[in-house]
Design a binder for this molecule. Structure first.
Ligand SMILES: Nc1ncnc2c1ncn2[C@@H]1O[C@H](COP(=O)(O)OP(=O)(O)O)[C@@H](O)[C@H]1O
Ligand SMILES: O=C(OP(=O)(O)O)[C@H](O)COP(=O)(O)O
Length: 399
């Protein structure tokens, strides 16, 4: 795996560097509620700015379907970027054409300019040649620091890298290095933990993992589908009964590949899905008909932690229980803490990511203690599914 990084970018004072970042952050009442993605791209922006480049940020925000939508304007995000970067961030009301060109012409070395949402143009998502050309006209060099958008073959994530010399930013670099350690060329044994709500959204992922890892821990709501598939009653638990055959197929594939499947042996049940609901631990074979499993139980936690103790590498997507509501966060927190402590002592490479997983790791207080916690949802899942990521592949093709 080779790609160029900012280390390869010397002598860039005065150069216009187009930097694809992911500023698709959650916003409520006009305020950014989780700035992690902005924080992650700061090192790249700062480094380029300090090297004297004219740093021109390309990003999308929301899904405006190819036309301007006021509440998806990146002007709403610019103040947060400016705050976190602690440097003036200029804004241009279009990412191509005259408005962009005029703003760029006014830049001094080291300046940072944010261009308006690339998805305000239909060409972006089509990776349209004309639009790609118009975007590329704004820069001399392209840097991609948006792993979380790398599963999209769009103009700003893929197309521009064909027209300009292309480099991975620091966050993209860290992400790719961590992923390589996770599943690319991992130290064995490799253990994967997959949790979360449903099997239906993670079939490809499970199918890919059983071929690559030594043990696959299945937790969360999706474990119920596997347990039900072998004939166990899961009561009112979240369960996709229609996926019983798929679950069986995944178990067959695992057996063929020599991958151990680790399912819960006990569960924490409740009769209401709410914080503090009355709850008890039951054997997984003894789930009452009127109850639902909202977390894996203590024996299961011990079994998962045994696997984490044996592992050299851990990849993790999805919580083991309904971690947003106490006390059903117990298993996720206990396993996250164990993984973090093994990682800190140097015994484990741990990579977590996808959807709710970042907030689960934050909730457990371990986000900084794992080897890498990806801010990517869809892109991380597609990587775990073994699918090609266009935004990454094109970086690898650079000579
Ligand atoms: N046993 C369970 N019953 C119901 N919901 C669960 C259970 N375990 C986990 N969940 C829910 O799964 C959700 C996360 O699922 P999912 O979106 O598939 O994961 P991710 O976003 O990490 O990929 C969380 O909101 C969590 O509350
Ligand atoms: O927020 C994103 O997706 P994610 O929540 O799956 O990580 C990325 O910015 C990609 O956005 P998209 O799914 O609209 O292409």
């Amino acid at each position: 795996m080779t790609f160029k990084t900012l280390d390869d970018l010397t002598d860039i004072a005065g150069k216009r560097v187009l930097v694809r970042v992911d500023l698709n952050v959650p916003v409520k009442d006009g305020k950014v509620t989780d700035a992690t993605r902005i924080e992650r791209v700061v090192p790249t922006i700062r480094e380029l700015s300090e090297k004297g480049a004219k740093v021109i940020l390309l990003a999308h925000f929301g899904r405006p379907k190819g036309e301007p939508v006021a509440d998806m304007s990146l002007s709403l995000i610019a103040p947060a970027v400016e705050d976190i970067l602690d440097q003036r961030v200029h804004f241009a009301a279009d990412c191509i054409g005259e408005k962009a060109a005029t703003a760029i012409a006014g830049m001094s070395n080291g300046d940072v300019l944010l261009l308006e949402n690339t998805r305000f143009h239909k060409g972006e998502e089509k990776n349209d040649a004309e639009f790609t050309k118009a975007l590329s006209a704004n820069g001399d060099i392209y840097v991609n620091d948006a792993f979380s958008a790398a599963h999209r073959a769009h103009s700003s994530t893929e197309g521009v890298a064909r027209l300009l010399p292309a480099y991975a930013g620091r966050t993209m670099q860290a992400e790719l290095e961590a992923l390589e350690k996770g599943l690319g060329n991992p130290k064995r044994p490799v253990v994967a933990i997959v949790g979360g709500a449903k099997v239906s959204t993670k079939i490809d992922l499970l199918m890919n993992l059983v071929k690559k890892v030594d043990a696959l821990v299945i937790g969360g709501g999706m474990a119920n589908t596997f347990i039900a598939a072998r004939g166990t009653n899961v009561g009112k638990s979240l369960c996709e009964h229609d996926l019983a055959d798929t679950a069986k197929q995944i178990m067959i594939e695992a057996a063929t590949a020599g991958c151990a499947i680790v399912l819960p042996v006990d569960g924490v049940i409740a009769r209401e899905f709410k914080a503090g609901a009355e709850n008890e631990v039951v054997d997984i074979e003894a789930i009452p008909a009127d109850a639902m499993v909202l977390d894996v139980g203590p024996k299961s936690i011990a079994a998962v932690n045994d696997w984490v103790s044996k592992a050299e590498t851990l990849v993790w997507n999805g919580p083991l229980g309904a971690f947003e509501i106490a006390p059903f966060d117990k298993a996720t927190v206990a396993v996250a803490k164990h993984a973090a402590s093994r990682t800190k002592s140097g015994g484990l490479v741990s990579v977590a990511g996808g959807g709710d997983t970042v907030s689960a790791m934050n909730h457990a207080g371990v986000a900084d203690d794992l080897t890498y916690v990806s801010t990517a949802g869809g892109a991380f899942l597609e990587w775990m599914e073994g699918k090609p990521l266009p935004g990454v592949d094109i970086l690898h093709q650079q000579k």
